[in-house]
Design a protein. Structure first.
Length: 250
């Protein structure tokens, strides 16, 4: 059994396209939705799922984190309820573990086809979309349930090759996949969010103002997003905070 962990971005999209091109059977494509992706990611996922079905791949299955009652709950709502920010704002890297990996594992543990594979003492092969430019990130994630493979590295595909594969398939580029309130956002991306999706910016600022900020200043960890936007209003796009943070790439 082969499954693809789909992140909604360039690399995992290229993995699926190449699987279709190379005749590699995929049994499941699963996308963990934090509830905070930007609209372009959700729109692309919908259209790409149709493309997958048309090219012999399964549709994209979406899973989410659930509360103690089994009801889907978004990362945004969890942060608001706990008066906190995503863990990476505090220097931890548990966002992916809690809101990407765990929902997928929970789904798989209850998915009968997967249970049937494990009952026979076999493993499932999971494809992860690290590309050749990210080969340094690869380590052995395999366990008693999964064999983990990195097909883009095996196919010697870097970022440029992934972009070319998507274009050759007649698809638009998916754009960056990330929560609209991601603390890893560059300052330029904060400006872009305000320009492209002002309502999402309002929600991000509401999360920031709602949080207890005893040890950090805001979503930027060492600075608040609200301060970035005040600087923009006062000084323009390449404001002192842009330059001081070293993030401006406009």
């Amino acid at each position: 059994m082969n499954i693809v962990s789909y992140g909604g971005g360039t690399n995992s999209t290229a993995v699926l396209i190449e699987c279709a091109n190379r005749g590699i059977k995929i049994d499941l494509t699963v996308f963990a939705d934090t509830g905070g992706e930007k609209p372009h990611t959700y729109e692309f996922r919908t259209e790409f799922s149709k493309w997958c079905v048309e090219h012999g791949l399964p549709p994209i299955t979406t899973v989410q984190t659930t509360n103690q009652h089994g009801t889907a709950i978004t990362l945004e709502q969890i942060c608001l309820n706990t008066k906190a920010l995503p863990s990476i704002a505090y220097g931890f890297k548990s966002c992916s573990e809690k809101h990407k990996i765990r929902p997928v594992n929970k789904f798989m543990n209850n998915w009968q086809p997967a249970k049937d594979v494990w009952a026979k003492g076999e493993k499932i092969t999971k494809f992860i979309g690290f590309d050749l430019d990210e080969a340094h990130r690869i380590k052995d994630y395999s366990d008693n349930k999964y064999n983990i493979e990195f097909p883009l590295v095996d196919w010697e595909m870097g970022r440029d090759e992934c972009v070319e594969t998507i274009s050759a398939a007649g698809l638009q580029q998916p754009g960056k996949s990330a929560c609209f309130f991601c603390p890893s956002s560059k300052v330029s991306e904060i400006h872009e969010l305000k320009a492209q999706y002002p309502k999402l910016m309002d929600r991000a600022l509401a999360m920031e103002s709602n949080a207890n900020l005893d040890t950090i200043k805001g979503l930027g960890r060492s600075y608040a997003w609200s301060e970035v936007l005040k600087q923009e209003d006062a000084f323009g796009y390449d404001s002192p905070i842009d330059l001081a943070c070293g993030c401006y790439d406009g």
